[in-house]
Design a binder for this molecule. Structure first.
Ligand SMILES: Nc1nonc1C(=O)NC1CCNCC1
Length: 245
């Protein structure tokens, strides 16, 4: 899978995309990440990529010409069809369902807005989809783009152990079960005995029960979505009934 990131600040991506799992995934050829400095497509000697807003008001707006030229040039750089996504608080809220959908695509182009945003005419003509990582305002779309790359790339086959994807948070709307590792007792707090029993069936049942209980307590909204999606078994519903759901 290929990721193209269009940004005014490519240096911001050193670290999150050049370490650990994403670094190894690139080295293994599972994913490609290409950074593009939008200023490369400016035409004046000051390399102007933003300007004051029509109608007045605070802040700056990213100019249409360099951004449009960048999107068109980057799209043309690879024959794989890509979806061009603008990261913005106005977008659809990113969920694991959307992440799974994006992970099936051959290519993603991520446009990092900055300042007050980008010229609306680019959104109308060259942006295929708008995504938000949450209902809050960042200084730029770069961190949001890193979140999208991280979440999507980890679902690309071979990037992480597929076992750990099966029962993770939000994989089926449910939150994760609690995790423990050595020592068996830490500051007087013991690991739940079932996890030391070696009974894999009992462990699986305990973990499923913990996922359901946690989701009920912390995110009942997700439980309703799980029920609507038909991912709750009869045993799940019986347990939830015992818990008062
Ligand atoms: N939340 C967000 N999810 O994606 N992008 C987000 C964001 O806050 N972007 C900034 C909004 C203000 N202008 C600079 C970019």
């Amino acid at each position: 899978m290929r990721f193209d990131i269009l940004t005014l600040f490519p240096a911001m991506f050193q670290g999150p995309l050049t370490e650990s799992i994403l670094k190894r995934a690139q080295q293994a050829g599972r994913i490609e990440i290409h950074l593009h400095d939008i200023r490369q497509w400016t035409t004046d000697r000051h390399r102007t990529a933003d300007d004051t807003p029509y109608g007045g008001g605070a802040g700056m707006v990213m100019k249409a010409e360099p951004l449009a030229a960048a999107i068109r040039a980057v799209r043309a750089a690879d024959e794989r069809p890509g979806v061009t996504i603008l990261l913005t608080p106005d977008g659809e809220l990113l969920t694991q369902q959307i992440v799974r959908e994006l992970a099936t695509l051959p290519r993603l182009l991520l446009v990092c807005g900055h300042y007050e945003g980008i010229d609306e005419r680019v959104r109308e003509t060259l942006i295929d989809r708008e995504l938000s990582i949450g209902d809050y305002v960042l200084t730029g779309g770069e961190l949001a783009a890193m979140v999208v790359v991280d979440a999507v790339a980890r679902l690309v086959p071979g990037v992480i152990d597929s076992e750990s994807i099966v029962e993770e948070s939000h994989s089926d709307f449910l939150l994760e079960y609690p995790h423990y590792t050595r020592p068996a007792v830490w500051e007087g707090r013991a690991v739940p005995p079932v996890l030391l029993s070696g009974h894999h069936g009992e462990i699986a049942r305990w973990r499923r029960a913990e996922r359901l209980r946690r989701t009920l307590v912390r995110r009942p909204d997700l439980l309703a979505r799980a029920a609507a999606a038909g991912v709750l078994t009869k045993a799940d519903l019986a347990l939830l009934a015992e818990l008062g759901w």
